[in-house]
Each structure stands twice: as structure tokens, then as C-alpha cells.
Design a protein around this ligand. Sequence first.
Ligand code: SF4
Length: 323
Amino acid sequence: MPKAALAEALGSPSGFGQSQFAFMRGHAFEARVKADGGTELLRLTHACLGGGPEPEPGAASVPDLTAAGPAGRTARTELALEEASATGTWTLLDHPMLALDVAGTPAFLEPDAVVVAPDGTWTVVEIKSFPMIDGAADAAKVGAAARQAAVYVLALEEVARRLDPAPEVRHRALLVCPKDFSNLPTASAVDVRKQLAVTRRQLSRLTRVEDIAATLPPGTTFDVTRPAAELAAAVDAVPATYAPECLAACELAFHCRDRARAAGELTSLGRSLRADLGTLATIDEALAATRGEAGDADDPAVAALRRAGALRAEALAGGVRCP
Ligand code: SF4
């Protein structure tokens, strides 16, 4: 079920995604990075991560990964990875397809590239169009790229485990960006070990899709041709915890944000705030706790809110003076 189409049918089309201009710019930059058989990309990989003798320009193998459907492309990618590891030559897999088990269902993933080095290591490559200025890029954007790369590393590790001997999947991804304000590529190795641990933990906690489906009312459908009210009821039957972070990652964000705000959910103000307030789940509960009308006084979050509420009341009454 494509979430963008679902959001559209629900009347909350997503603003998620790149503008056409940004998309074209990113596409042109990626083509430049991978031009001439990946000569520049492999040079950057070698410069940042080593991997064996320096790659000769134009000498790398760039296998054809075309196949029918995601499952076919995944199988073709696995074969190409196995062949590349066996030959020990620089190999660039351009837009390979990987599969990762997510809550019992295969999710197909398409990294920008994977490089196999002569020393047998596999490296995930992320090509982004945000600039790297004086060797450093926007920390939030690098963090998002690292989280994305960590998911690809996990999927690659599943492939590697099936080979004997199992190749090493690097836990440092190669992030390629435009240098300063130019269109020239530069790169940096990004350590994704922390993101790997977080992603592994999150995946292990996910409820299986079959278990979620079993809790839905009989006949529930996400068919986007159904009326919006029926679709909304179907979507609302699935538990969701909206947070502002969804705006950058999910096509249903506007729909879920409206629902979360209407229900006064604290997570709509941010996950960290929700975590700070412990047992309080809604804005109404937090305000009631602040007024001393609800909540367990022994709960540190409730006690802090009551104290904050009392200070606010004092300040409004003019009873608090600056020292
Ligand atoms: S809660 Fe967030 S991630 Fe889940 S469906 Fe809604 S917007 Fe998407």
C-alpha cells in the first residue's frame, strides 16, 4: 500500500519528499559522482577507507543489476556481491537492491551504491546533495544519512552471513557530498555503529505485521479507492504514535499530526518531552498535573510540573523578583 497515495486519498497529501529542483540537482550530482565507471567514487572510497591497492581509473567492475521485480533485483544483487567478493577486484554496485526482514515482512531497500574492495570489505555509499563545507556537513543531515546507512548495513550483513567465508560489512559508511559550494564531490567516512545498535533494538521490538492485522476489525481495507471516511477509520484502527520527527520521514505525517493534535497527545510536541513526562500521555493530563488537579505527587514529573505551575502563578501575581 503506497503511503503517499493513501495520504492523498485521506485528504492530507504529504509535503514529504524533495522539490523537483532539489531532486534534479541531487540526480545530476549522483550521476557525476558515478561517472566513468565510478572512477571518482572509488577514488574517494579508497582515500577514506582504504580497501586494497588504489583503483585504476575505469578499471572497476560495474555489474548489471537489472532484473524483474524487487525480489529478482535482490537475488541479482546477492549474486553480484558474491562474484565481486570472489574476484577481489574493485566493484561498484550502482543502486543495488537489498531485503531486510521488518516485523516478519521483507522490506526492499535501494542504497545509492555499495562498493566491494579488493580486501573483500563491503561499504555502503550514500550520495547526498547537501554541501560539506570545510570537511563538515550539517550535523542533523549527517545523522539522518547515518541512520539510513545503518539500515542498509544491516541488510548487507544478512547477505554476508549467507556466504562462506562471510565478507566484512564495514560499519563506516561513505558519505559523498558536494565540496563547499561547488559541484565537485568530496567524501567522509561516517561511523554508524550507534545507529546500528538503535536500529537493531527497534527492529527487535516491532510488532509483527500479522499480529497487527489480527487486531483490526474484519474487512478493514486500505484500498485508496474507498471513501475518505472509511479509509480514515481503517488507518485509525492501527495504533500510531505521531511525533514531529515523522514530518521528515513518513507520507502520512500530516494525517497523523492532525489526529495526534485532536487527541492532545504529548508526543505531538516531541518524543523527548513525552519521555520527560513519564506517565502523563496527554496535554490535558500535563496541564491538570501543573494545576495540582491530577497525577501522583510522588511522580518526579508531576512534582516538577506542580512546582513549575506554582512558580508561574507566583510570577503572574508579581511575587517573584529577580535576585
Ligand atoms: S505515526 Fe508517524 S511513522 Fe507512523 S504512520 Fe503516522 S506519520 Fe507515519
